[in-house]
Design a protein around this ligand. Structure first.
Ligand code: UD1
Ligand code: MG
Length: 464
């Protein structure tokens, strides 16, 4: 019999005031539900996600995460239909849990993203446990009442609680591990005779607690904070940021201003990486040793080698930057950009689906799309690839040791052979052989004194 995670995610999330389902709102770039799924330890064989509002979007997100290999176990969904409470959600999932051969169920909420893997692992190994937390302000939560031996006696929802019970500050975190068999039968006995007219999962948990001891395990409140509003989202992001940045500082990463630096949960940073204020690293970002990421840089799903200098305000997405490169300020590496070692990309250079081989340089004001640039080639200021003819994209191939003067247009498809030199201001529309010099400038027109004569003419005209 296996341990299966049941993740409740059918609620509307009314207080988010959004068309996006609550569980897809991000914390440091990753949606809340992805955080929860990634917290599942190896003991959990599969996850069942209960969905309803925004079902198609949640299912599409799950398929995308699975395709990217981001999920630790297979995840299926169950549509709850009109959500009638947490107990109703669990009832609806019973068939799927049976199908998966569930022996023990670990129940989590899709909108409680900061639960740690270690915590879920402890739950996954426990016989019967409820996670609780002690809060200064327990308003809104179910209160946890314990027997003399510490085991669970009751969970009383805030709206059903007397004044005396509301004074209890130990609250239900909404995460549980329970043997499936007794929970399954308890779910069959649920009624909705309470202040909210809902089927409470907590009633089923109490039912189980009447038959066997259910332990109450305390955890950090930040782990059990739910995302119910935009303010909650901001609070959670701040907790996640402090946790992640603190962890990297312990590993030898410099944060000049940790409160103003965003590093997502899937980033991997080597020793002596230095991140300036306003840097944001989300998705699968890897940064090598000693690399400096300047102020305001936005990196997503990219690999950056060691000893790289990324000057301020660069945007790098789905790209690779080799060791020893210098990038920016204000460079934009779009999807499929690949810089080998020691490449220099300067200010206002945009690249897309382009490889620059070792030591190549494009230091000022360039666009390189669907291009390959050979080793040590130097592209002058304002050089652009004309990769799009209005219908199709075409490839530009530049050989090794090529020199392209300033303000050239390379009209693709086009190839520049090794060692070619292109004169400034040229528009290249056909292949240039290796070692050739190419120029397409119009001949210079020079009229001595003509500028002065023109000015005098204008002056005379204005005087009239
Ligand atoms: C629940 C607990 C409460 C606990 C609190 C912790 C119950 C009855 N109460 O209360 O003791 O202190 O969580 O956060 O369980 N959901 C569904 N379908 C539904 C209703 C909810 O999938 O029909 C999902 C929601 O999307 C959410 C989770 O279940 O992810 C919790 O639901 P929520 O309405 O927030 O429960 P609370 O009333 O806060
Ligand atoms: Mg809630």
């Amino acid at each position: 019999m296996s341990t299966i995670a049941l993740i409740l995610a059918a609620g509307l999330g009314k207080r988010m005031k959004s068309t996006l389902p609550k569980v897809l709102h991000p914390i440091l770039g990753d949606p809340a539900l992805l955080w929860v799924l990634r917290a599942l330890p190896a003991e959990v064989a599969a996850a069942v996600v209960v969905v309803h509002h925004g079902r198609e979007l949640v299912e599409a997100a799950l398929a995308d995460w699975a395709a990217q290999g981001l999920l630790p176990c297979p995840a299926t969904t169950v549509d709850q239909g009109e959500p009638l409470g947490t107990g109703h959600a669990a009832q609806r999932a019973a068939g799927e849990l049976d199908r998966l051969g569930c022996g023990r169920v670990v129940i989590l909420c899709g909108d409680v993203p900061l639960v740690r893997r270690e915590t879920v692992a402890r739950l996954a190994l426990a016989d019967a446990t409820l996670l609780a937390m002690d809060l200064e302000d327990p308003d809104g939560y179910g209160r946890v009442l314990q027997r003399a031996d510490g085991s669970l006696e009751a969970v009383v929802e805030h709206k059903d609680a007397s004044e005396a019970v509301r004074a209890v500050r130990r609250v239900n975190g909404g995460a549980y591990a329970l043997p499936w068999e007794p929970l399954r039968s308890a779910l069959g006995r649920l009624s909705n005779g309470n202040a909210q007219g809902e089927y409470y999962l907590t009633d089923a948990v109490m039912d189980v607690a009447g038959r066997m001891p259910v332990a109450v395990e305390l955890c950090e409140p930040s782990e059990m904070l739910g995302m119910n509003s935009r303010a909650d989202q901001a609070t959670l992001q701040a907790y996640a940021r402090d946790r992640i940045n603190g962890g990297w500082m312990d590993q030898g990463v410099t944060f000049l201003d940790p409160a103003a630096t965003l590093v997502g949960p899937r980033a991997v940073l080597a020793m002596d990486v230095a991140l300036a204020p306003g840097a944001s690293l989300t998705g699968a970002v890897e940064v090598g040793a000693g690399t400096q990421v300047g102020q305001g840089c936005v990196l997503s799903d990219c690999r950056v080698g060691h000893g790289v200098l990324i000057r301020p305000y660069c945007v790098i997405h789905r790209s690779e930057v080799g060791p020893g490169c210098q990038v920016g300020p204000f460079a934009h590496l779009r999807e499929g950009s690949r810089l080998e070692s020691g490449v220099h990309l300067g200010n206002f250079v945009e690249t897309k689906k382009t490889t620059l081989h070792a030591g190549a340089k494009a230091n000022h004001l360039s666009y390189l799309g669907d291009a390959e640039v050979g080793e040590r080639s130097n592209l002058g200021a304002g050089m652009i690839t004309c990769n799009y003819d209005g219908f199709h994209k075409h490839v530009t191939t530049i050989g090794k040791d090529v020199f392209v003067g300033s303000d050239c247009q390379l009209v693709a498809p086009v190839t520049l052979g090794d060692g070619a030199i292109i004169g400034a201001g040229s528009t290249i529309t056909s292949d240039i052989p290796s070692g050739a010099l190419a120029l397409t400038r119009a001949p210079l027109v020079l009229k001595e004194g003509a500028a002065d004569r023109l000015r005098q003419k204008q002056k005379a005209r204005n005087a009239k």
